[in-house]
Write a protein that binds this ligand. Structure first.
Ligand SMILES: Nc1ncnc2c1ncn2[C@@H]1O[C@H](COP(=O)(O)OP(=O)(O)O)[C@@H](O)[C@H]1O
Ligand SMILES: [Mg+2]
Length: 404
């Protein structure tokens, strides 16, 4: 592949560099950017390089994430950016592509709007994976093709003990498949609603690990936008793993405006279609803590519009004897004014969280309150017609990935 785009692109290396006008050319799998003969720099694109369309305020651009170093490219010309993006995502051919035939499907572990999540065993190794299968037709009907790329790219770019790992991705005619590490302890929703009330010290553990994961995401300029009990998984030792990055995205200007999320967890600024930023995740954490403690969300109503109204106008109800420090923490996270809302720093320094050694959280030194019992694995294979061959495929170029 070769391509030459003279003087039409601005490029910035890293988060704090300067924008520079460059000539861009592609030679095989190398992107060369230069400002005159003697100043040639390059980025080698391989199948682990994330190539993502992003917005800088009003400007559209491309982010290239290479070993955690971001490069940003913008062009005033839409056609230039499109030519470059289309060329870039075609470059890396995944090595060792995997396919459905490599797996035995053991059970369905999650059902979602776009498809199911299956527990699968790789025939060759016996290793277990969670295969999140998304029907292309569903995605295209909803005009959400970009969502799949975002989920893939966000997952590839994250490396954190409390965030699920994407091992590979592939596509067939009719579906996209995310091969995730299998997290065997179930999700927090099940633990909260099927077990007795959680002790405050146990709740502290989950707040600490989740806050740590959110803080990491935000440091990478990613907002999660779908924090809720169902998306917090428990691993076999009892530590958490966030899953489901279908709604997350990079925000490189400080705000965005898309209306999305799960109704009961939406923040007031999303509902009022204002610009919003990472504070929405801290709001959702407030809702989640409330749900862990009281087993219902604070603004719930049968009617969706009433939920919206409650979120915007009502204060959450706390029974008389609720621990006042816990009330303060939840109220701080559920501050309707996002500018004054608690965030990571306030959680770290909050009296309710006293006793947490914050620098030990990420190295999994806190003792998990629930250690899940070993899951019973049914040996029976699931028969499924996930891949209906009659469905004419739309090729999601550049979707395939393999971490190995
Ligand atoms: N890596 C995983 N390991 C184990 N279970 C998972 C994994 N990923 C998802 N699940 C289960 O599948 C459910 C749906 O997956 P999710 O990614 O949240 O899909 P959706 O976008 O449809 O909500 C989750 O709530 C969880 O119970
Ligand atoms: Mg989910």
């Amino acid at each position: 592949m070769s391509l030459f785009l003279p003087r039409s692109v601005k490029i910035r290396a890293g988060d704090h560099g300067m924008w520079r006008d460059c000539n861009i050319s592609l030679e095989n799998t190398r992107l060369i950017y230069s400002r005159g003969e003697n100043r040639r720099n390059f980025i080698d694109i391989n199948d682990k390089t994330v190539i993502q369309e992003v917005k800088f305020g009003k400007f559209d651009g491309i982010m290239i994430l290479d070993n955690d170093i971001p490069y940003y490219l913008v062009s005033e010309r839409d056609d230039t950016r499109e030519i470059l993006y289309n060329a870039l995502i075609k470059l890396p051919e995944a090595q060792n592509e995997v396919c459905f035939e490599d797996f035995e499907l053991l059970s369905i572990i999650g059902e979602g709007f776009y498809g199911n999540v299956y527990l699968a065993s790789k025939k060759e190794t016996g290793n277990k994976y969670a295969l999140k299968v998304i029907q292309k037709s569903r995605l295209l009907e909803q005009g959400r093709a970009q969502m799949a790329y975002l989920e893939r790219n966000v997952l590839i770019s994250l490396h954190h003990p409390f965030i699920v790992t994407l091992e590979f991705s592939f596509q067939t005619q009719s579906c996209l498949v995310f091969g995730l590490e299998y997290v065997s302890g179930g999700d927090l929703f099940r633990h909260v609603h099927n077990h007795e009330k959680m002790k405050l010290s146990h709740i502290k553990f989950y707040i600490a690990e989740i806050a740590c994961a959110l803080h990491y995401l935000h440091s990478k300029h990613i907002i999660y936008r779908d924090l809720k009990l169902e998306n917090v998984l428990i691993d076999r030792d009892g530590h958490i793993k966030l899953t489901d990055f279908g709604l997350s995205k990079w925000i490189l200007s400080t705000t965005t405006t898309t209306f999305c999320g799960t109704t009961e967890y939406l923040s007031p600024e999303i509902i009022s279609s204002s610009e919003y930023g990472q504070e929405v995740d801290w709001w959702s954490l407030g809702i989640m803590i409330y749900e862990i403690v009281f087993r219902k969300t604070p603004f719930y109503d049968k009617n969706r519009n009433t939920i919206f109204k409650n979120i915007r106008t009502r204060a959450p109800f706390f029974p008389k004897r609720t621990n006042p420090q816990l009330v303060d923490l939840i109220m701080g996270l559920l501050n309707k004014n996002h500018e004054n809302r608690y965030g990571y720093e306030q959680i770290v320094n909050h009296s309710f969280m006293a006793g947490i050694e914050w620098n030990e959280v990420v190295s999994k030194k806190l003792k998990p309150p629930i250690v899940p019992s070993k899951p019973e694995l049914r040996k029976r294979s699931v028969s499924c017609d996930i891949d209906s061959p009659e469905m004419q495929g739309f090729d999601f170029e550049g979707f395939t990935f393999n971490a190995n």
